[in-house]
Design a protein around this ligand. Structure first.
Ligand code: MD5
Ligand code: FE
Length: 199
């Protein structure tokens, strides 16, 4: 990686514009089969990010809480993880094992994601890979404990992050998205792919 921030490996510009466009086309097909939804939290508040998934499991949230499910809320199975996304996972992790879930986060104007940890997976020994496409976003990274100091960095389209080892459980979030900073995504905004081994 060109940069390591609080243990998170950052590969700036790993995907060139044509690789980015190819991924966006694959994700458009995923979103056509499994339309993004604005999940509700267990407290009945709608999240600002729209979400869908590909793979064996998708991450969902509603009034019953958040969890992994084998079906989209509509009842259809999640579409398969696109081959170029799997290839990217294997390239940056060096693992033989494939991810179970490709969460697709769609950030339209004004969407953000509060600081949180990813802890719905069975084994935190597996890394998480995150791919940024479209508008730039300010990513915030803290520590494993709540409430400590944080750092932030701007993620650009084509940047890839790998969170493994001690960084797997750090707090992180998206403060804001710089609308209009990219024309990659139809209708504007940012797409983040988060690849995880679930069970
Ligand atoms: C995003 N998504 O840009 C972020 C990027 C999520 C989520 O956080 O849960 O959908 S994934 C970044 C991530 C995941 C796990 C650990 C760390 C970052 N980290 O240690 O910094 O939509
Ligand atoms: Fe997260």
């Amino acid at each position: 990686p060109a940069l390591v921030v609080r243990g998170v490996e950052v590969f700036p510009g790993l995907l060139d514009p044509s690789a980015q466009a190819a991924l966006v086309a694959e994700i458009a097909a995923v979103m056509a089969a499994a339309p993004p939804v604005q999940p509700e939290t267990r407290f009945g508040r709608k999240m600002s990010v729209r979400m869908t998934s590909a793979g064996k499991y998708g991450w969902v949230s509603d009034r019953r809480g958040y969890r992994y499910e084998t079906q989209h809320p509509s009842g259809v199975a999640w579409p398969p993880v696109p081959a170029p996304v799997l290839a990217l996972w294997h390239r940056v992790t060096g693992l033989d094992r494939a991810p179970d879930c490709c969460l697709v986060n769609l950030y339209r104007e004004g969407a953000k994601m509060g600081l949180h940890q990813d802890r719905d997976e069975a084994d935190f020994g597996w890394p998480i890979v995150s791919v940024s496409l479209g508008d730039e976003a300010r990513f915030r990274i803290g520590g494993i404990e709540r409430g400590g100091p944080t750092d932030s960095l701007w993620l650009k389209s084509g940047d890839v992050l790998v969170m493994g080892g001690a960084a797997r459980l750090v707090h992180h979030g998206i403060d804001r998205v710089r609308g209009g900073s990219s024309t990659l995504i139809e209708g504007g905004g940012r797409i983040n792919l988060t690849l995880r081994v679930v069970d």
